[in-house]
Design a protein around this ligand. Structure first.
Ligand code: NAD
Length: 379
């Protein structure tokens, strides 16, 4: 096996109390491609230092903010310097951090949504090109082996011409806090200054949208959205349905909700073609259901030799040993590591800046369509 030097990785956000930071750290170490060397983990500098000590990081590599990180790292010899930085802060901080890092030549791994406007996302795209850096957006679910298998089988024509797509992402976590204006105030995802123009579509609808384009290879061309805030003084959507028109006049739907009471992370994608269909459910990610007309449904599972090479590469252990969300994130980190090293990267190995831009376009168009009284809007 070819031995690589680990990629020195920094982290912005993801510190104490962060929800998704741990998944990024585990993912970074999963394939032995990265080494976390420091970061700007929090808006509270002394808390960030405490947190970093817990990870046994060198105090000197813990920074107050992104400008200090860029300055400190740029002063180090090349072989010691961070090469890539992951951004896992609330949404409104993504753009400034990514822009400054890209302009200083760092590769960026950003959580979604990559910005809070489509215009900002397009600008980042131009900067990524200009500075020739890798930009990975962590649409985590694209890293699951059975999602990769679904993508590969659809591409090889197993279900024939696609005629319907349906992606749902239902959660219920906002229900206990949304019914009181007082409790709503404490949630950054419901604050337009921190979350951007959308809560539900920006946080989870965008994953469903991305899964549709990722698994089918089709592009969404038009959307018509019906979003709901539940209360007039709640500024952001917490539920919504978006009708889609895709390439080849394929019809589809994104259904997302944060008030689907009792639901946890029920992301389900179904794609139906002339010859059959596929269904995959995130809460049970090691089963891919292959639906066939007039025949019993077939269930495919990871790590088996009947899967594509692309899917098999996304498992690390023998069939029957369940892998989950950390592994899925790890596969995305692995794809990004290859790109950072300038190696050949399979299509779909990691979501890139194009996925980030399209996701931001989806969020913006969905909000605009709903506000305009449920109009069809071109992408
Ligand atoms: N890919 C996924 O599946 C997934 C899942 C959850 C969240 N996310 C995304 O990850 C991002 C973070 O979400 P979360 O749920 O972890 O949020 P969170 O509120 O749990 O954590 C945010 C972290 O950012 C830190 N932070 C806040 N302000 C900062 C600043 N000025 N400088 C440095 N750090 C700062 C906080 O201290 C905290 O550690 C969001 O953009 C969200 O959309 C993605």
């Amino acid at each position: 096996m070819k031995k690589h030097k680990r990629i020195k990785l920094g982290m912005v956000g993801g510190g104490h109390g962060s929800f998704i930071g741990i998944a990024h750290r585990i993912a970074a170490y999963m394939t032995e491609d990265y080494e976390l060397t420091g970061g700007a983990f929090s808006s509270d500098f002394s808390g960030a230092k405490d947190f970093a000590r817990g990870l046994q990081l060198d105090d000197k590599r813990v920074y107050e903010d992104v400008p200090a990180l860029i300055q400190g790292e740029s002063a180090l010899p090349l072989e010691e310097r961070m090469e890539a930085v992951v951004i896992v802060t609330p949404n409104y901080l993504h753009y400034d951090a990514a822009k400054a890092l890209i302009e200083s030549g760092f590769h960026v791994i950003s959580d979604k949504p990559i910005t809070i406007s489509h215009a900002e996302a397009l600008y980042l795209q131009s900067m990524v090109k200009k500075h020739s850096v890798v930009f990975c957006v962590t649409h985590t679910y694209t890293g699951y082996p059975m999602v990769r298998q679904m993508k590969a089988m659809i591409a090889s024509g197993v279900i024939g011409e696609i005629q319907k797509v349906d992606a749902q992402y239902y959660q219920g976590w906002i229900n206990p806090v949304v019914h009181s204006a007082e409790t709503r105030k404490g949630i950054w995802r419901l604050d337009p200054e921190k979350a951007g123009i959308s809560s539900c579509m920006g946080d989870i609808g965008v994953h469903a949208f991305n899964m549709i384009e990722y698994t089918t290879g089709l592009e969404v061309k038009k959307v018509l959205a019906d979003l709901h805030t539940l209360y007039p003084d709640n500024p952001l959507d917490i539920d919504g349905t978006v009708l889609l028109r895709l390439d080849n006049d394929v019809r589809g739907i994104v259904r997302a909700s944060q008030v689907a009471t009792g639901e946890e992370n029920n992301l389900t994608i179904a794609v139906y073609g002339r010859k059959g269909g596929f269904r995959w459910e995130q809460e049970n990610p090691n089963y891919l259901y292959h639906l066939k007309e007039g025949e019993p449904m077939q269930v495919l599972k990871p790590a088996n030799p009947y899967n594509s090479g692309f899917s098999q590469e996304a498992t690390k252990i023998a069939p029957g040993h369940p892998e989950g969300i950390f592994d899925a994130m790890g596969n995305i980190y692995k794809g990004a590591a290859r790109a950072i090293r300038g190696e050949q990267v399979a299509e779909g190995a990691y979501p890139d800046i194009r996925d980030g831009v399209r996701g931001m376009n989806f969020i913006e168009k969905a909000v605009e369509s709903s506000k305009a009284g449920n109009q069809w809007l071109e992408f």
